[in-house]
Design a protein around this ligand. Sequence first.
Ligand code: IPE
Ligand code: MG
Length: 250
Amino acid sequence: MLMENMIVDRAHLVAAHTAVKVHVAIICDGNGRWATSRGLPRSEGHRAGAEAARRIIRCAPHLGVHTLTLFALSSANWQRPPAEVDAILGILEEYLLAETSHCLEGGVRLSIIGRRDRLPAALRAAIGDAESLTAKGMALHLRLAIDYSARQTIYQAASKFYKVTNLSSEAFGNLLAEVQRGGSTEVDLLIRTGGEQRLSDFLLWECAFAEFVFLPKRWPDFMPVDLRNAVLEFERRERTRGGLPRECTV
Ligand code: IPE
Ligand code: MG
């Protein structure tokens, strides 16, 4: 079944290869429910979620994605039981240690956005190594949001400038990119899996004009074909940014 899926996906990928270059951000939700519906501990859902991330990262450059931001751990997730948070942090560390060489091979530049000071030292070290080793990757900019809160990031950037009265929006955007280290680029397409339809403090500034696609499917079940379909859906939408649609005459 898995092989079948992969073959179908590959055929679709070729068909869907387009000239668009987009920043896709994904709220990877539903890991816990995926696991509990199978009688597994929630941590197994997070492990399966890491596998889904691997698949999607590999196919993203072939679907016209230049930047992929994945919401791996929200600052709000510290409210969960410590055992679950520890499991997620452990999986992230394993993931970075195992994936850095694949990123290098695939030309993937990996950055982490979010706070680092509350992360375990071993994870911080893995982040530092992964970022410096992959810094020259040109095929895809992969940004993992870990201990990330958009409000906190915006607040931090704003508090650096709170006495300046002539700050341009562009200068503020640049400052935001600096504060969150992994840069800040406008999101074109925001996907949320797992059935909820909310932004949950993810990329509030960058999603100002993003197109949203919400999917009931849980993140571990997310396949390359789902990304392809979302990108095709994005291409069908007309983005007016407050202007008028093309065919509209006054
Ligand atoms: C998303 O899956 C992953 C993280 C928040 C780390 P959840 O853990 O939120 O899964 P559900 O929503 O409980 O199914
Ligand atoms: Mg959830």
